[in-house]
Design a protein around this ligand. Structure first.
Ligand code: WQD
Length: 345
């Protein structure tokens, strides 16, 4: 039996593109909608080079309801949605709150509006460990309290989860799996797709690899006076391919009606907390490449330490993030080298 078509919004983005690859590997036909505001069409070529299958692609903005409605008319066989389309820079959201609320929330509202009339069975929502703020304890389970968001970006994730819950509890004829990511890092082992931030990277790994290759002079480590073993912040760095695979399991779970619950929430992490300074060391040992770095002041808004308890996802989804951090760092480095080879960066 052929698998049902999945709509991937934001599918030319970092996590979206890796998820499209895994969906295709699992036999799902995919259609991507993306406004290319933070990605480009070359990603489609990269996906095709990996899987041999060119996903359908519609350039469009999910906040534009008529555009999205036409997509469902053109693709009446869409039965599942994975929603990545969102603005995602924490710092930028502090300066552009309206852009973040309008883009992230209107996208979701439009999708939820169109799902019922178009017979869509379920939506996987890309959420974030940001909803936990500074957790009271680590590792963090799905039962940990949701803390007041410290950025409009984080707030859009919290509000989105509440919107999905309210819509489904009001009797919507579809399900949802909410996936709370910890820190996605690395690239596909083929180095055909990876993280490609616009401008100066805000996140640690792209800045680190751009420093290692010489694009950036030095990596600034934001603080070493935290209450952690080496003073630098601790995170749960999860391989992006492992993360992508969890999305395939989640969408399958809904399409094949494997759960009697209409909404399920999972923390997607490795369960290992790693400090910034430890990560630099792992990268240097794994690649043999030095990363010039210096300690600077803390970055406002940074969480001191947060890492997942992934037991619920491990047991219920039968999923584990099992890539080693060393292999993940090697994949990030291989991607950075490929970008240099292609003259892109
Ligand atoms: C990681 C660690 C920094 C850059 C954010 C979002 C989260 C998710 C992932 C979308 C921190 C330190 C960083 C640098 C550094 N995004 N750092 N020097 O802030 O944990 O999470 O991105 O879903 O929602 O909040 O990720 O990569 O920015 O930082 O020392 O140049 O690296 O202080 O401790 P973060 P990050």
């Amino acid at each position: 039996m052929t698998k049902e078509r999945i709509l991937v919004t934001g599918g030319t983005g970092y996590i979206g593109s890796h998820t499209v690859v895994e969906l295709q590997n699992a036999g799902y036909p995919v259609v991507i909608i993306d406004n290319l505001s933070n990605s480009n069409r070359d990603v489609i070529d990269g996906i095709e080079r990996i899987t041999g299958i060119r996903p359908d692609f519609v350039e469009g903005d999910c906040t534009d309801l008529p555009v999205l409605a036409k997509l469902f008319t053109d693709y009446p066989d869409i039965k599942g949605i994975i929603n990545f389309a969102a603005s995602k820079a924490v710092g930028e959201s502090m300066h552009k709150p309206i852009l973040y609320y309008r883009n992230n929330l209107n996208t979701l509202l439009n999708l939820l509006d169109l799902m019922g009339p178009n017979g869509v069975k379920g939506i996987v929502f890309s959420s974030s460990c940001t909803v936990y703020g500074e957790p009271d304890e680590n590792p963090v389970t799905e039962k940990a309290p949701i803390k007041k968001a410290t950025s409009p970006y984080g707030n859009t994730k919290q509000i989105s989860e509440e919107i999905i819950t309210d819509v489904i509890n009001a009797g919507a004829p579809f399900k949802s799996v909410i996936l709370r990511y910890f820190n996605p890092v690395g690239a596909h082992p083929s180095a055909e797709i990876g993280e490609l931030p616009n401008g100066v990277p805000q996140n640690l790994i792209p800045y680190l690899t751009q420093t290692a290759i010489g694009i950036r002079k030095e990596l600034s480590v934001f603080g070493n006076d935290y209450n952690t073993p080496d003073g630098s912040c601790i995170r749960d760095y999860i391989n992006v391919v492992d993360l992508a695979k969890a999305h395939v399991i989640a969408v399958e779970r809904m399409l094949e009606n494997k759960s009697d619950k209409k909404i399920e929430i999972f923390n997607l992490g490795t369960g290992n907390g790693v400090s910034v300074l430890e990560l630099i060391r792992v990268f240097e040992e794994a690649t043999g490449v030095k990363v010039p770095h210096k300690i600077v002041d803390r970055r406002a808004g940074d969480i001191e330490k947060v890492w997942a308890d992934p037991k619920f996802a491990n047991e219920v989804l039968g999923w584990t993030a099992d890539s080693s951090l060393a292999d993940t760092m090697r994949s990030a480095w291989a991607w950075q080298c490929k970008l240099r080879e292609r003259g892109i960066m």
